[in-house]
Design a protein around this ligand. Structure first.
Ligand SMILES: NC(=O)c1ccc[n+]([C@@H]2O[C@H](COP(=O)([O-])OP(=O)(O)OC[C@H]3O[C@@H](n4cnc5c(N)ncnc54)[C@H](OP(=O)(O)O)[C@@H]3O)[C@@H](O)[C@H]2O)c1
Length: 172
């Protein structure tokens, strides 16, 4: 079966990633509230039933999810686990810079629990850091985020930091 890639939150900062992945061949689906078109599945990931229905519709259309990239505003909802349960391959979890806060050193480990006891789901993590420049530090641009996540997918590292998270005191 042709590979199926699914991106959660693919219309915002990850839209460049979607464009690049679409060029890889295979089938691409994306989920967001305003998603539209044949590849887009509109849903609010805070609504577990709607999120499940959107995942099921994507799988019905394009087959099992072989690769997923997911950006959720929080992991303290059902959606991250609902997604992990449906992934039959790699799941790239995109995390905000707070995942690298040295005063909460267990956050990456906690985030990994979405794939706990799911042998079919091979979890990778991508942390969005910042850029320290001579004029001061700043957050990443959407293009830098999409390019960094694409590099993480292509390189298949277990953990990727886009930009930097150290020294933590230098963050914007
Ligand atoms: N470290 C850095 O340098 C850096 C840089 C930029 C951003 N960030 C972090 O990333 C966050 C990104 O912010 P953002 O949310 O504005 O990014 P965004 O990429 O503009 O939007 C997030 C994506 O998720 C979708 N989405 C949002 N809420 C959803 C929901 N409830 N259900 C389903 N899909 C949903 C959006 O589409 P719809 O609107 O269609 O739902 C969009 O595709 C920032 O708050 C910040 O924490 C970090």
């Amino acid at each position: 079966m042709v590979a199926h890639t699914l991106v959660v939150g693919g219309t915002g900062m990850l839209s460049g990633l979607c464009e690049a992945l679409a060029g890889d061949g295979g089938r691409l689906s994306f989920l967001s509230r305003q998603a539209c078109g044949p590849d887009g599945f509109a849903c609010d990931y805070y609504d577990p039933a709607a999120f499940t229905a959107a995942l099921d519709a994507a799988v019905a259309r394009a087959g099992p999810i072989n690769l997923a990239v997911a950006w959720f505003h929080t992991l303290k909802i059902e959606a991250p686990r609902l997604l992990a349960e449906r992934v039959e391959g790699r799941l790239f979890q995109v995390l905000g810079s707070a995942a690298a806060d040295p005063s909460h050193p267990w956050r990456l480990e906690t985030a990994q629990r979405v794939a706990e006891d799911l042998p079919g789901c091979d979890l990778r993590q991508v942390v969005l850091g910042f850029k320290a420049e001579p004029t001061g530090s700043r957050w990443l641009t959407n293009n830098e985020i999409s390019a960094g996540v694409l590099d993480a997918v292509r390189s298949d590292r277990p953990l990727t930091i886009i930009g930097q998270t150290k020294p933590w005191s230098a963050k914007p």
